[in-house]
Each structure stands twice: as C-alpha cells, then as structure tokens.
Design a protein around this ligand. Structure first.
Ligand code: KG4
Ligand code: ZN
Length: 334
C-alpha cells in the first residue's frame, strides 16, 4: 500500500511517500521532501502566518512532484492521501488540506485527516506493533508540549500539557530576546554543549501532582536573569535553562510511567532534537528499565512521514469512524 502524507501546519511544506506492508506491519520511507521557509521568516524572528500560507501555496505543487519523483511513483499508484487537519496555523493548514482534498477527488483516492500532535508521536511507528504498550508519549514542539498514554499505536489518552507557552516557544523567544537567529532551539542546543550548570533557574510545576507544564515563567526568569547579571555567559545560560526543562520532563515522564505501568517511553516533536533532552530521557529509561524510543532528528521536526503513518494506521485499524475518510476542516487548537 502506498501513502502520500502532507503537512503544512506551520512553516515547512512537507510531503512524503510511504510504503506500508500490511502483512509485516512495517512502513518504509520512499521519499520525504521538506521545503523549509526559515529564510522567509528569519528577519522577523518568528513565523509570520500570512507569509507562511503564501509560501506553502507557492511551493506545494513542486514539493508534491519531487516527492512522487523521488519515490518513483505516479499519482495513480497512491492508495491513500493523509493530511494534517490541525492544530496549526489556519491559513497554512488550509493550503495543505485543499491540495490533498483536490488530489483525492481528481484521482478518486481515499482521503484522511490526522491530528498533528498525535502524528508527531507516530514518527516512532515505522514498526508500530513492535513497541511495548502502554507507552507514555511526550510530544514537544514549537506549538505544543503534551503528555499522553497510548494503549496501542492509535489509542491515546491526553494526560497533561502546557498551560501557557510551549517548550519550543520558550527556546525561540529566549533566543530572539538574546538576538540569536531563528529558530532558537538548535542554536541554544549547540551553545549548551560548552556550558555547565552555573545559574539557578526555576523548574515550573515540577512538584505539582499533575502532568501539566508551564514555560512562560521560565522564559521571564531567564530574561530577568540576563538583565540582572550583565556578565552572564551564553553557554552556561543555555545549559542551565535546558537543565531545568530536562528535570521537569524527566520528573513528569517518570511519574506517568510509574502510574500507567509504561513499557515504553516515546519522545517526539521538533524539541526532541535537543541533545540534552534526548540524553536525559534515555537516562531515565535506563534507570527505570523502560524502553525509550525517539525518531532521528529529521523525523522529529515537521514532516510528511508521520502524517502518512498515522493516516494509514487510523484508516486501516481505527474503529473511530470520525477519523475515517473524515471531512474535518482544519482547526486552530494551537
Ligand atoms: O515540530 P516542529 O518542527 O514544529 C512544530 O510543530 O512546532 O518544531 C519546531 C520547534 C522550534 O521551536 C525549534 O526551535 C525547536 O522545535 N527545535 C529545537 C531543536 N531543534 C528544533 N529545540 C531545542 N533543541 C533543538 N535541537
Ligand atoms: Zn509539529
């Protein structure tokens, strides 16, 4: 079975062609094309929604053609078209959604919409049924920080998330304040490698008896710290801030893993590229003897592969009719 996955939720126009072997229950990536818009947004220090939707519109047909060509398939060979319905930027979502819907109608192909956050987790499912369940999944990105428990690849229950800024937003906004290039996450990650735990920063909600996160206070604390300590060193600041984030994530994942008897911890989303966070979660898994699975960095940031995977699994195995051939319009639950 061949699947086309499309994501235009934010600033990347991402299309992938995947093969799914139903007997082996295994996915294979035939192409994964990501057209980044970073250059168009960099001078603004963040994503400008209006520019993002125009860029998607400009690029999507070329990216689609490249995805088919790289996979050596024709439009007629595709068996299912999967696209992100939300959460994301409304204008950007609509470009991907209408493109996918048009392709489905023109080529008489089944069409399915998927949830972007759940799809990030699905980037771990190249072999979805080889993972031990229940699994605790942390999805951390520019727009979301969410913790869920999965009973299977397609049955997930949200147990907590950010009550204000997402963790990627924290990285990007702190970087912008410090006049570092956008996106700030990768830049602060590189800097933290030369840093040490020198500055004491808060660990929001770490001891609360729930699975919520809050990062806007940490952002304010970091900015206040830099105003009060003019001679601060950037690597130490990047390290100390990321250490606070790691400690919060480790504590909450550990609590969830124990409460829900997790066999696996799944990490995903753009911020899951972060080297300190990857290491901290791996250490937790080793300590608690729970398997840890995380995608390679190229499948952590937005991509069409994860959309194709979740679309296929929902299409083939979900009992929930709302997710089958659904006509859900893009939403703005960002
Ligand atoms: O998943 P993604 O591509 O888009 C959303 O769904 O938001 O995530 C983008 C976010 C940005 O905030 C970016 O700064 C962050 O992921 N990011 C990182 C790293 N690489 C990307 N954050 C921390 N460390 C990184 N290495
Ligand atoms: Zn994302």
């Amino acid at each position: 079975m061949l699947i086309l996955g499309i994501d235009t939720s934010c600033d990347d126009t991402s299309l992938a062609v995947m093969r799914y072997d139903k007997k082996e229950r295994r996915f294979e990536i035939l192409s994964n094309i990501i057209s980044s818009q970073i250059k168009a947004h960099v001078e603004y220090g963040g994503i400008v929604p209006e520019i993002a939707s125009r860029e998607h519109l400009k690029n999507i047909t070329a990216v689609y053609r490249m995805a088919l060509e790289k996979a050596s398939v024709n439009a007629a060979d595709i068996d299912l078209i999967a696209v992100t319905a939300g959460p994301g930027l409304t204008g950007s979502l609509i470009v991907g959604y209408t493109f996918a819907k048009g392709l489905a109608l023109a080529n008489k192909k089944p069409f399915i919409t998927v949830d972007h956050i759940k799809a990030h987790t699905a980037a771990n499912f190249m072999e979805p049924y080889n993972i031990g369940y229940p699994a605790v999944a942390l999805t951390i990105s520019g727009g979301h920080s969410s913790l869920s428990v999965l009973e299977s690849p397609i049955e997930s229950k949200f147990i907590g998330g950010t009550i204000d800024d997402a963790v990627g937003e924290l990285f990007d906004k702190v970087a912008r304040y410090l006049n570092l290039p956008y996106p700030g996450g990768p830049v602060l990650d590189r800097m933290s490698k030369d840093g040490e735990l020198k500055y004491k920063l808060p660990k929001p909600l770490i001891n609360e008896d729930n699975y919520n996160f809050s990062f806007s206070g940490l952002k304010t604390a970091v900015i206040t710290f830099t105003k009060q300590n003019k001679d601060f060193e950037l690597p130490h600041l990047a390290y100390s801030m990321t250490r606070s984030i790691c400690d919060v994530f480790v504590k909450k994942i550990d609590k969830a893993a124990r409460e829900f008897h997790a066999k696996t911890i799944l990490l995903s989303g753009g911020v899951a590229c972060n080297s300190m966070i990857r290491e901290a979660v791996r250490e937790l898994g080793a300590k608690r003897k729970v398997e840890v699975v995380m995608p390679p960095p190229i499948l952590c940031t937005d991509n069409g592969v994860m959309i194709a995977i979740l679309g296929t699994l929902n299409y083939l195995y979900s009992e929930n009719k709302n997710t089958k051939n659904s006509d859900v319009y893009p939403t703005t639950r960002w």
